[in-house]
Design a protein around this ligand. Structure first.
Ligand code: ADP
Ligand code: MG
Length: 685
């Protein structure tokens, strides 16, 4: 039975080469892919309303008799209308169809039909344009609506799914969920769920199908994550005998905050046991995660091990490198750098020094993952802003040592509910305290008509010797119909020269620049050889220039909340009062809300919660930034309870059989592999 699922989509009746091509564009290649293409939503044809009581302007279903055959009206080449009148016995309604000869021809006078669409009222006359039509008898009550692609509408997908389901008699494929789990949570079989999710007989049937599929998806996801994270932690030889934190603190030019000290102590305690540390330090921008990381490295290195820290960008890696070099200047700790833009000879020197143990600490980018990078005694792996790395990338770096300790640092405050998902088995230390002396960042939202005043305001700060940023949204090359006021960073930079700010030293930073160019600009800005930096979002993460005190975001409506928060964190890092100005002419309610949240709070956790409310979890889970697979049915906000259940069951299975090697788990193991194959994770088979 299973082999039917793996047949190419052409195998299904009605799918020729052309249609198959369209399906391929949807990522649908096999019968399985097709059956796993779930409806995006449903139309409820079971609630029938009378014409007179139809909610005007909202989709609804009406049962009525066709009074005559549709009349053809050829308006012009390519536009033919079909008009006819229907009645539900009390009121009449005019129906117009566009270019649908086939549908129009199927309508017979005197027959009853269901019309699903939007009723409009014009001069006491009810009208419906291009409704979906079905015979009144024996029609589907809840109809699936699939996502459309050019040339493949929902009805076509529906027909194909129906034809595909007709290929099977009985079970579609073996049920991957263990029987006892199904029973405990009242889950229907996979075959029933798939049939019902496409063609539900009732709302209850749809709910049962959804619950089953959501559970399964989250269960599989959790199992995959548990395997990647190595929940069943092995022992490690990397233990440290001496806590060197006090010695480390004397190296710092400042006193650690209470939160920093606690986080450092958490990590040292972890590393003193014979289990690898697996800890997340979550701290808002500017909370001083780097200093904690340095302290963790210091104790480990003084105990004879090497540490590696991976940052998502070269700018960040170089910045960490520079601050570590300075911090460890008068110690025995030897620090190296490994980033893509270094010359081959430079890279080779770092690689050799890591392999022979001359270097104690290396800071780098993805370059650290190269096959030729080996460590003499890697004992600790740190990933900065780790949500930007795939789970697999983190694992790849760890595999360069023998069960090294792992520390991840995240500046994106993640709502607790979702953190559960990403960081399921990590221990967490929270930096909930900012270093002393920080001035709050005053934030204002203004329209673009105030731009000149904003420039004058910037002028005031710069003339006092401070620095500032102006951030323009990233413009995608293929973006059509740009709003007329949207400028690329380059254009913006050019125009700025003829304003009141033209007298300052202005730098430009954007993503198309080479790594070395970017670094040079950043270096110059950090050294105060530049007063103002015009930039795209490349400065988003981590960059630390305490003298920068003003930030302007142009076209602020184009930024997500979390992103604005990250950007704003670039200022307010020193002793000076800072401010952030959001320029936007965006009128939508969502934009207004977002800007309001920004002006109201600087607390990253509050902002993350608001972001979740405004945009749903898509922002956290819909893209691949976090390195998680994209889910096809589960919605992590609405399905939280199922998530908990699935998580618990996955944990239990994984404890019993961490590699899922029992034959009865084979189908689940395949599913885990398939789900994670999409994110390019290996090591799951
Ligand atoms: P983030 O948590 O955003 O990575 P950083 O580690 O870059 O923050 O620290 C932000 C700034 O605060 C840096 O300039 C750092 O030197 C400084 N800093 C960190 N901890 C303290 C502290 N305890 N007291 C004073 N300044 C600190
Ligand atoms: Mg940082």
């Amino acid at each position: 039975m299973n082999e039917l699922m793996d047949r190419p989509i052409q195998f299904v009746k009605g799918v020729g080469e052309k249609r198959a091509e369209l399906f391929h564009r949807l990522g649908v290649h096999t019968v399985r892919d097709l059956l796993h293409t779930y409806p995006a939503r449903y139309e409820d044809w079971s609630q029938i309303v009378s014409i007179a009581e139809a909610p005007i302007g909202e989709p609804c279903c009406i049962r009525a008799t066709a009074l005559a055959k549709p009349q053809e009206h050829r308006i012009r080449k390519g536009l033919t209308l079909y008009k006819f009148t229907v009645s539900d016995g009390l009121s009449g309604m005019h129906i117009t169809l566009f270019n649908t000869k086939y549908v129009a021809a199927s309508i017979r006078a005197g027959e009853d039909y269901l019309f699903f669409g939007t009723v409009e009222q014009r001069f006491h006359r009810f009208e419906m344009s291009s409704p979906a039509i079905a015979p009144a008898q024996g029609g589907q009550q809840i109809r699936p609506i699939y996502r459309q692609t050019a040339g493949l509408n929902s009805a076509a997908v529906e027909r194909t799914v129906k034809a595909a389901l007709a290929l099977f008699n009985g079970e579609l494929e073996a049920d991957a969920l263990p029987e006892d789990i199904r029973r405990r949570h009242n889950l229907i079989s996979r075959s029933d769920a798939i049939r019902a999710v496409h063609f539900p007989a009732s709302h209850e049937a749809l709910n049962a199908a959804r619950k089953r599929l959501v559970f399964e998806e989250l269960f599989v996801l959790q199992l995959g994550l548990l395997r990647l994270k190595g929940h069943n932690r092995s022992k490690t030889a990397v233990t440290i005998a001496t806590d060197c934190s006090e010695e480390f603190k004397r190296l710092l030019p400042f006193t650690l905050t209470g939160a920093q000290s606690r986080a450092l102590a958490d990590c040292v305690r972890d590393m003193q046991t014979d289990r690898p540390m697996n800890r997340l330090i979550q701290g808002d921008v500017g909370s001083g995660k780097t200093a904690v990381a340095a302290g963790v490295c210091y104790s480990l290195i003084r105990n004879g091990w090497q540490a590696a820290m991976m940052a998502p960008t070269e700018i960040l890696a170089r910045q960490h490198y520079a601050s570590f070099v300075k911090l460890f200047e008068n110690t025995t700790v030897r620090v190296g750098l490994l980033v893509g833009s270094m010359t081959t000879a430079q890279k080779r020197r770092t690689v050799e020094a890591l392999a022979d143990g001359t270097l104690d600490l290396v800071v780098g980018t993805h370059a650290l993952l190269s096959d030729n990078v080996h460590f003499a005694s890697l004992g600790l792996v740190i990933t900065d802003e780790q949500h930007r790395f795939g789970v697999g990338q983190r694992a790849a770096l760890s595999s360069k040592g023998r069960d090294p300790h792992r520390l991840v640092m995240s500046a994106t405050p993640i709502p607790r509910t979702l953190a559960l998902m990403i960081y399921g088995d990590l221990d967490v230390s929270v930096l909930d305290e900012l270093p002393p002396g920080r001035q709050p960042i005053a934030t204002y939202a203004v329209g673009s008509d105030k731009r000149e005043r904003v420039y004058n305001y910037i002028d005031r700060f710069l003339s006092e010797g401070r620095q500032g940023y102006i951030v323009c949204p990233l413009i995608e090359e293929d973006e059509e119909e740009l709003p007329s006021d949207l400028m690329s960073a380059e254009e913006y930079y050019a125009r700025l020269q003829s304003t009141v700010l033209g007298k300052y030293r202005i730098g430009l930073l954007h993503g198309r620049m080479k790594g070395a160019q970017k670094d040079e600009v950043m270096r110059a800005f950090a050294a105060h050889e530049l007063d103002l930096l015009v930039s795209t979002t490349v400065i988003e993460v981590g960059v630390d220039v305490p003298n920068a005190v003003i930030m302007v975001l142009e076209n602020a409506e184009r930024f997500g909340l979390a992103q604005m928060h990250q950007l704003r964190g670039r200022v307010g890092r020193g002793q000076h009062a800072s401010c952030c100005i959001l320029i936007s002419d965006g009128r939508s309610e969502e934009t207004r809300q977002r800007l309001k949240v920004m002006t109201k709070t600087t607390d990253g956790f509050v902002i993350a919660e608001e972001d979740l409310k405004l945009r749903g979890p898509g922002d956290f889970f819909g893209n691949r930034q976090h390195g998680l697979p994209v889910l096809s049915i589960a919605d992590l906000k609405g399905d939280l309870q199922v998530l908990h259940q699935a998580q618990e069951e996955a944990l239990a299975v994984s404890r019993r059989d961490p590699s899922l090697s029992h034959p009865s788990l084979a189908p689940i193991r395949d599913m885990v592999a398939r789900l994670f194959a999409a994110v390019g994770e290996d090591g799951l088979n």
